[in-house]
Design a protein around this ligand. Sequence first.
Ligand code: NAP
Ligand code: F7E
Length: 348
Amino acid sequence: MGKVALITGVTGQDGSYLSEFLLDKGYDVHGIIRRSSVERRERIAHLERVKHFYMHYGDLTDSISLIKIIKEVQPDEIYNLAAQSHVGVSFEVPEYTSDVVATGVLRILEAVRICGLEKKCKIYQASTSELFGKVEEVPQNENTPFHPYSPYAVAKQYGFWIIKEYREAYGMFCCSGILFNHESERRGEDFVTRKITLAAARIAQGKQDKLYLGNLSSLRDWGYAKDYVECMWMILQNDEPDDYVIATGEQHSVREFCVLAFRKAGIEIEFSGEGVNEKGIDKATGKIIVEVSPEFYRPTDVVNLYGDPSKARKKLGWNPTKTSFEELIDIMVSHDMKLVEKEVGTQL
Ligand code: NAP
Ligand code: F7E
């Protein structure tokens, strides 16, 4: 009989790729979904009638639903991917963010104990490079001190420590993957990479005039989500439970991402000016197509993320550079060029 996995956040970017990955490996995959007034399940629509894929209504803020689902499913592995995952939004909804992102992890751990599954069930926690926040060293590895720098990051730090605590206090097999940014053609549209690739496609097709962004100098270590879900699984297959930094070991700025994405869409862009006055100009037409808007600045911003994935490479045999930065941009822009072709109307 195949193994049984339970995924929270199954409708998200990572949840959808992980479902596909685990189904391919012969797992029974159970996902927790929330009821919403407008169904937003496009990332898993193709899986809904697939054999061995099951969905359950639940919420990370609702212990009863979690206990019921875990009792019924009896999972061998839980992947806790659910979160209010937008850092900027966490400044607007800090209490809700903490409830889901911090206390939600505790609810999962306790539900597993209440169901008597603490010796059988392994747990993966979606931790984040945002823990390094106002960075204390570059690049960052498993020994770099944490300095969370947003309500989201502070909540994720609780998640990291409660996972470690339950591992040590109760001998549970629970692990955190400290994942650096990972993107894809399924990335939410309000994260900077997807916002750029969609805008590049729309501007190239005459369906948008201009793109407004925040901090163009912010530096990130961006990987491909499809490669990163493999690593989540590898972390739980290892003999010992442990925490790992998952990153590519390459760093680029938001500005650099813009130049390459627009180039892929057929537009050469040149930046001039500084801070809020910086502008991205279409070299062929002289038109300003990128501007900075303080609306997208954060009260505290994380600006220098750069991961060192040596431990994951050595201990798990994971390949951090399967998909290069340029290939990631190619995948996203090619996808969005086709998507935008089908769009009716303009976003001017
Ligand atoms: P995402 O696309 O924003 O997906 C978040 C998922 O969480 C969605 O399925 C969402 O469901 C679900 N969710 C939100 N609130 C919930 C609640 N109260 N109860 C149950 N489910 C809830 O995020 P992602 O990019 O796939 O990231 C997956 C996880 O990794 C998150 O925990 C994120 O914080 C973490 N992470 C992401 C990155 C990255 O670069 N992508 C890096 C490090 C860590 P709905 O569809 O109902 O909204
Ligand atoms: O911002 C800057 C922004 O929102 C990246 C989440 O998955 O990864 C993600 O969080 C950078 C920041 O991702 C805009 O200020 C400039 O410095 O794409 P982002 P994030 O904040 O790094 C981590 C690892 C997670 O754990 C999170 O769940 O880009 N930036 N202009 C902008 N960001 C956005 N969103 N929009 C802009 O217009």
